[in-house]
Design a protein around this ligand. Structure first.
Ligand code: IPM
Ligand code: SF4
Length: 743
């Protein structure tokens, strides 16, 4: 008896070493999505190692994080539109890299351009039972199709480009069952915020989720994607929903879904993709739909949320001292006073968009609130509100339905597709101190712009806040009919433009110019043996990768130049530009070689490998913590940084010792941490494979390329078992210049 996850996993094993249980398996990747922020360094290393992209036909690229969302008129020049030279360099790099490798690319002039997780779904590129990856943590969105979809770091992006496989260990299974019926005005966004509050932001670390129960079955594909999207905010890399009639109806006739010839065969296979009755999960969570209400966050972590009828919590009501302190810090940052009713908090901005809530149904939901209020519905005077569709296809569809007219009439700004104000990588940002009702997924400090204050809500609640100027219970605004999230009803959209079937264009000639890598790869050792030096102590839970390296510094195309930017928001006072007295700025910690964190979930959130590069370049080659975010943990091994897991009380002891400014030594060979001054020796455990990888400084790609025969054998098996996964190779050149930047 197997779970859905077990089945997908077993179907994708290219090679599994039987002799060592802890050793990773080589897993085949069916679909690889690529965007501009996490791919330049991967391509650069690939080219300089004289390697090629193995399966461009299984890869699809788009530009989303850096792109402005202001109108893209026909007469605007690209350098005027994309003023920021650093963003521009990243986008040009993506265009060149995809052109060189024949990967389809949706550029800014292409209607199919949009947020990577939105376009993959709407093109029918992601199919049930597949393994899908992207250098982005919200790849989990696509688990809604019953695909094992998860985010990876840049080194793994390179690994997939070169081998179409990944080396990985199997996760544990957790089922989250939500039964009952959602109340009026309660949406999938409220469900997932409730789930995260229930299990905590680190609750899913090491697990793959399966969402089940009557509530999940009744959700549309768009709503399922919203739930799976925020799986990473609960610490799990992937969340699955078994495919069913709703899934099949959504996929039917999508451009790269199976054609007439193989449709029935595919659906027959997909119907078997469900957890067997009686299969065992490592953990089960049950949630009652009646307990879920329209929800809003108050703090700087997605788990910090309450029903709209709730109040800002009092730090003293938390018994755990570390949590109490974290809540105090959050409230200070958010400018909130304990006991304040959520409904009395006024806002400045509203953002409806992001890979969580920018699909057509999200926009319909937002429009239905406006329609229910009537033509007098207007954005409050104190609020500036924007709506950013997830893709050009979504935008066109919304315009076809006249939703943009409703939005504009009410005073919303109607934008072009992109990540927009979800992340501070493009011109859409919050000003310092501005408070935003946002349909995105991360309310981290500074996430939407330095000093910005983010409250996560559903699109319906965002509109309610826009109209009233403060957080409001959407149920009070609407009549009962308009409040329901749309139920699955098969195809409701016009079909997006064809992904395949266009005439092939000639492959590009290889020129010396495109053969040579443009930037020099700095050799960064993948080896770690031991380190001795000052350890810097930190006592904070959930140190996310946005804290380690803020989004605005992700625009480079190399792995270097990040050391000084580590913990930038903590080290630099942005109002004065002066260095703060944050511990990493103080002697001797400014020369720290080890970081000891006496707080859980270090490195959670975004998949940005830049966080590890920044630590390494600062001089830190070992982080000791009670637990780590899964993607960060993995990224460490790709870069010769040793992550050591020790119990919280031991981390506290080590942090206390580190605060005496005495040296610590970490030795991987003997698996020991030594507090040299006091003679304390603490043993730690690490899997034999990871240990030997670090000791040898292994190049995973080289090793995996050594398994080329096995990969080819798998590909042949895939072709005969699941023929609908093969995409017409001729189509790939068609995208070479689609929506080129060089307008
Ligand atoms: C830039 C990318 C690595 C990142 C992610 O992995 O999530 C981004 O999409 C984010 O939301 O922070
Ligand atoms: S979370 Fe935001 S920044 Fe990341 S992919 Fe989604 S929309 Fe883009």
């Amino acid at each position: 008896m197997s779970t859905l996850y077990d089945k997908i996993w077993n179907n994708h094993i290219v090679f599994s070493p039987s002799e060592d249980e802890t050793a990773p398996s080589l897993i085949f990747v069916d679909r690889h999505l690529v965007h501009e922020v996490t791919s330049p360094q991967a391509f650069e290393s690939l080219w300089s190692a004289k390697r090629v992209v193995r399966r461009p036909d299984c890869t699809l690229a788009t530009a989303d994080h850096n792109v402005p969302t202001s109108p893209r008129t026909d007469d605007i020049a690209s350098d005027v539109y994309l003023r920021d030279p650093v963003s521009r360099a990243q986008l040009v790099a993506l265009e060149k890299n995809t052109r060189r490798s024949g990967i389809p690319f949706f550029g800014l002039r292409d209607d199919r351009q949009g947020i990577v997780h939105v376009i993959g779904a709407e093109q029918g590129f992601i199919l049930p039972g597949t393994v899908c990856v992207c250098g982005d943590s919200h790849t989990s969105t696509l688990g809604a199709f019953g695909a094992l979809a998860f985010g990876i770091g840049t080194s793994q992006v390179e690994h997939v480009l070169a081998t179409q496989t990944l080396r990985m260990r199997k996760s544990k299974n957790m089922r989250i069952t939500i039964d009952g019926e959602l109340g009026l005005g309660v949406t999938s966004k409220d469900v997932i915020l409730h789930v995260i509050r229930t299990i905590g932001t680190a609750g899913g670390t090491g697990f793959v989720f399966e969402y089940a129960g009557s509530v999940v079955r009744a959700l549309s594909m768009e709503a399922r994607m919203t739930m799976c999207n925020m799986t990473i905010e609960a610490g799990a890399g992937a969340g699955l929903i078994a495919p069913d009639e709703t899934t099949f109806a959504y996929l039917r006739e999508r451009p790269s879904a199976p054609d007439e010839k193989s449709w029935e065969q595919a659906v027959t296979f997909w119907r078997g993709l469900k957890t067997d009755e009686g299969a065992k999960f490592d953990r089960e969570v049950f949630i009652n739909a009646e307990d879920i209400l329209p929800t809003v966050t108050w703090g700087t972590s997605p788990q910090d949320n309450v029903p709209i009828s709730g109040i800002v919590p009092d730090p003293s009501s938390f018994s755990n001292p570390q949590r109490r302190d974290a809540v105090m810090q959050s409230l200070k940052y958010m400018g909130l006073t304990p006991g304040t009713p959520m409904e009395s908090i006024t806002i400045d901005r509203v953002f409806i968009g992001s890979c969580t809530n920018s699909r057509i149904e999200d926009l319909r939901m937002a429009a239905s609130v406006l329609a229910a209020v009537g033509p007098e519905a207007k954005v409050a005077d104190n609020v500036s509100a924007m709506i950013v569709p997830g893709s050009g296809v979504v935008k066109k569809q919304a315009e076809k339905e006249g939703l943009d007219v409703l939005f504009r009439r009410a005073g919303f700004d109607w934008r072009e597709a992109g990540c927009s104000m979800c992340v501070g990588l493009n011109p859409d940002r919050l000003g310092s101190g501005q408070r935003c009702a946002s349909t995105s997924n991360r309310n981290f400090r500074d996430r939407q712009g330095p000093g910005g204050r983010t409250h996560l809500v559903s699109p319906a609640m965002a509109v309610a806040a826009a109209l009233t100027g403060s957080f409001s219970d959407v149920r009070k605004l609407l009549d009962a009919k308009a409040l329901k999230e749309p139920k699955p009803n098969g195809k409701t959209e016009t079909l997006p433009p064809m992904l395949f079937g266009e005439p092939a264009v000639q492959p590009l000639e290889e020129t010396p110019e495109n053969r040579d890598a443009e930037a020099v790869t700095q050799h960064q050792s993948k080896q770690f043996v031991s380190v001795k030096g000052i350890a810097v102590p930190l006592t904070m839970d959930n140190i996310d990768t946005d804290m380690l390296i803020p989004a605005q510094f992700l625009k480079g195309t190399t792995r270097t130049g990040l050391g000084d930017l580590l913990f930038n928001r903590f080290r630099v006072d942005h109002t004065t530009g002066q260095q703060t007295d944050f511990i990493l700025n103080r002697n001797p910690y400014d020369k720290a070689k080890i970081l000891v964190c006496a707080g859980n979930n270090f490195g959670c959130g975004s998949s940005r490998e830049h966080a590890v590069w920044a630590l390494k370049e600062f001089g830190i080659s070992c982080v000791i913590a009670p637990s780590f975010g899964d993607i960060f943990f993995n990224n460490c091994f790709q870069n010769g940084l040793l992550p050591v897991i020790l119990p919280l009380d031991i981390c506290r002891e080590l942090a206390e010792y580190a605060s005496t400014e005495q040296e610590t030594e970490v030795d991987l060979e003997t698996e020991q941490v030594r507090c040299l001054q006091i003679g304390l020796v603490i043993p730690f455990n690490i899997s034999p494979t990871n240990r030997s990888r670090l000791l040898r400084g292994t190049d995973d790609i080289e090793d995996s390329l050594g398994e080329a025969d096995k990969i080819t054998a798998y590909e042949n098996m895939r072709k005969s078992h699941w023929p609908w996964l093969e995409l017409d190779i001729n189509r790939r050149r068609r995208w070479v210049n689609a929506g080129s930047l060089e307008w």
